[in-house]
Write a protein that binds this ligand. Structure first.
Ligand code: UD1
Length: 352
């Protein structure tokens, strides 16, 4: 049995990791040990995702979230290293671009444990974003770089990374397919009373948007303008909640709600007219549900959503082209391909 240590900590990672963990549960030759760093800890930011996505309870549940980036990442690094020394894994599996991703990548690579990065090669080319730094650093210490798109493969090539790079598609597409088979028990649409209404869905939480008062105010004014056409349903991330306090009067026709579970979010998007977001995941989920998206950022890593006419930046007035199909994200088997790549990597490793 080969042992994989999976590091997760933030909401989008629970969604991505669940697609692979479900397949690893009864795997004959791979055993998975999960570390949850606790970067996200509220029930509706963490626990509900494990429950809904049928992901087992992590063996290690840490409480290392909060504080500045350096302090948070440092705490994670120390604790993850300690666990790795005890568990002696054969490989480490990391996802995306959060501080938990970086801590996992650093802890493992310093111990010479090969790192497998799911969602490798994405670049926004904006090094002011903590996520961009996390991605670049994680990719440069990874042994197996599993890319969702061919643009990601090219980005890695441009940084001199050619070995261990594979295009596997997007595990978030696997997750959306999984959700589409399940009926949302509580029906968020009914709860919100929007059965026959045109509405848009908004999320906003990136540090680049929330840490700059002036920028945040411009974004709110952009949203206010959008809300003249249709109501905006806005599940508010804890970081953003703090900033919106006292500004409710500015938000006519924008309904603030608590963060919601994965199935409710998929349902909400599937019935909407438009998605407004600064999240990476939602830009693609908009496409998976056949909805147009406006990205509340000045650039995006998911360039194919723009090039296919489904997405535009809030700084662009129009979609740049008529809508077309994106083939890059695969057909919902990215999790299977990830496992195949890990198996083949491990069998080569043990042979040498
Ligand atoms: C992190 C990721 C970002 C990802 C996002 C998904 C980094 C650098 N950023 O940003 O890439 O898109 O997760 O949501 O890793 N908080 C709570 N309850 C929670 C979680 C967080 O109150 O359950 C608070 C934290 O204490 C902190 C703030 O929200 O004050 C922000 O959390 P943090 O983990 O710093 O980053 P995110 O903005 O969530």
């Amino acid at each position: 049995m080969a042992k994989i240590i999976t590091i997760i900590g933030a909401r989008p990672q629970f969604v991505k990791a669940a697609t692979i963990s479900r397949l690893l549960e009864n795997h004959p030759t791979l055993e998975e040990v999960v570390i949850h760093t606790g970067q996200h800890y509220d029930d509706n930011m963490s626990e509900i995702f494990f429950r809904q996505l049928k992901m087992g309870k992590p063996k290690y549940e840490l409480s290392l979230g909060g504080g500045n980036h350096g302090a948070m990442t440092g705490r994670m690094l120390e604790k993850i290293e300690e666990i790795m020394l005890k568990e002696q894994p054969d490989i480490t599996l990391i996802y995306g671009d959060t501080n938990s991703t970086l801590a996992g990548a650093l802890a493992a690579s310093k111990l010479h444990i090969p790192v497998v990065h799911v969602e490798a090669g994405l670049r926004s080319f904006n090094k002011k974003m903590p996520e961009e730094l996390n991605r670049i650093l994680a990719d440069h210490v990874s042994a197996l770089l599993l890319c969702p798109t061919s643009t990601a493969i090219n980005n890695l090539k441009n940084e001199g990374i050619n070995k261990g790079v594979f295009h596997i598609g997007d595990v978030m597409f696997d997750a959306t397919k999984f959700a589409s088979q399940i009926d949302d028990e509580t029906s968020i649409i009914k709860t919100l009373g929007i059965e026959d209404k045109d509405y848009a869905v908004c999320t906003l939480h990136r540090a680049e948007n929330t840490d700059d008062q002036e920028r945040f105010t411009s974004l709110l004014s952009f949203l206010r303008n959008q809300a003249k056409t249709q109501e905006i349903i806005f599940p508010v991330h804890p970081r953003t909640k703090k900033l919106l306090k006292g500004r409710e009067a500015e938000l006519t026709n924008i309904r603030l709600i608590e963060p919601i579970g994965y199935f409710a979010m998929q349902k909400l998007m599937s019935q909407s007219k438009l998605i407004l977001t600064d999240s990476g995941g939602l830009q693609k989920e908009a496409y998976f549900h056949g909805k147009p998206c406006i990205t509340l950022r000045d650039e995006t890593e998911w360039v194919e959503t723009i090039n296919s006419g489904w997405n535009r930046l809030w700084t662009q007035d129009e979609y740049i082209t008529p809508r077309s199909t994106i083939t890059e994200y695969g057909n919902g088997n990215a999790a299977e391909l990830t496992i195949q790549q890990m198996e083949s990597y491990l069998s080569n490793k043990f042979r040498h």
